[in-house]
Design a protein around this ligand. Sequence first.
Ligand SMILES: [Zn+2]
Length: 196
Amino acid sequence: MINSAYNKGERDSKLVYRLAGWHYAGVNRFDTNYAQRAEAEYKKELGKSQQKCQQYKQQQKASKGCTGEFINPAPGYPVTDNYGWSAWRGRVHHGIDLGTPIGTSIKASDGGTVSFVGTMDGYGITVDIDHCGKYSTRYAHLSQSLVKSQQPISSGQAIAKSGNTGIGTGAHLHFEIRLGGRWGASQDPKKFVKFN
Ligand SMILES: [Zn+2]
């Protein structure tokens, strides 16, 4: 009697162990599949995002979008006033002035998107270009703009004709580089561009 109860108990516990074994084996097997599946999914997503990144770079290259490098918007013309504190203005001069005669073709300093075209107090006729949200450039005292708001622009593209609109001391181009958006912190353009 004792013997048979013992045997039954042993049988039961063996069954429990066996069930537990299957159970744990099942969990382990599921975990393995899950890890493999997750890794495969991750690699697929990574591949997709790498592909997107590559496509974006190629598009940028093809459309000559923002390169992060700036060129002289009016090559060949002399600097007539520098960036920085201006005693006669009694304030900071946020850009650099180039001695361009009225009607000089003004070039986009880098590729981007036109963020503003119009007349601004003091600045006169002005074009602002957004460079992928990282920088913004401003071209002021123009006689004529050749672009529309939101128009994509390539580096070196003619965007305006210089003039003497707004408050100024005669015909010239006022050129600004700002960090971030249109009213971001102004920078010394000489840090980015080699002028004549
Ligand atoms: Zn100026």
